[in-house]
Design a binder for this molecule. Structure first.
Ligand SMILES: NC(=O)c1ccc[n+]([C@@H]2O[C@H](COP(=O)([O-])OP(=O)(O)OC[C@H]3O[C@@H](n4cnc5c(N)ncnc54)[C@H](OP(=O)(O)O)[C@@H]3O)[C@@H](O)[C@H]2O)c1
Length: 160
């Protein structure tokens, strides 16, 4: 099972605001995110789920929280108390790939276990105080770059 981080990062490294609000709205990027993740499990931190407000359709929504007593309004959401437990669950279900969709806390922890990073670098700076973690180029190499109007999609794989 391939584990992939997917994120949209502004030119200044911002991915969000601690208030939970999205710092930008890009239909083009959202459409890329949707078509890439559709049909696969998406793993996210509790704060990202709170910011979304509801599960994303046609994907298995997995939320990580350290408080397993947390009650989510949506019955379709599955919760786990660790990234590893979420991976184990998905692998028993036979998924070909899973996506780690954020936020910063979860990206930071998942960097050591995922196989690929799929980063949309937006062609503008954004206001915010939540940042994507540093990508260590001793560990990761760029496999491909796909240019779109509002962003460039970099695919990183692990160096041998
Ligand atoms: N641009 C993008 O691509 C993108 C994507 C996603 C999110 N974002 C932005 O990122 C921001 C949210 O990021 P964030 O770093 O503040 O929060 P986050 O990573 O979404 O969620 C953090 C929460 O996840 C849970 N958690 C963390 N580590 C865990 C572990 N090892 N086991 C179990 N649960 C764990 C904890 O929940 P509990 O407190 O419930 O225990 C923690 O408070 C928002 O602004 C959002 O808009 C941007």
């Amino acid at each position: 099972m391939k584990k992939i981080i997917i994120s949209a990062v502004a030119r200044n490294g911002v991915i969000g605001k601690s208030s939970g609000e999205m710092p930008w709205h890009s239909k083009e990027e959202f459409s890329h995110f949707k078509s890439t993740t559709l049909g696969f499990p998406i793993i996210m931190g509790r704060k990202t789920f709170d910011a979304l407000g509801e599960p994303l359709k046609k994907r298995l929504n997995i939320v990580l929280t350290r408080n397993m007593n947390t009650k989510f309004s949506s019955p379709e959401v599955i919760i786990f108390d660790s990234l590893q437990n979420a991976y184990d669950f998905c692998s028993t279900k036979g998924f070909e790939k899973i996506f780690v969709i954020g936020g910063a806390e979860i990206y930071k922890q998942a960097m050591t276990s995922v196989d690929e990073l799929l980063i949309s670098y937006m062609k503008f700076n954004a206001e915010g105080d939540v940042y994507f973690p540093e990508i260590d180029l001793n560990v990761w190499e760029v496999k491909s770059i796909d240019s779109r109007n509002e962003f460039d999609i970099y695919t990183y794989i692990r160096k041998n």
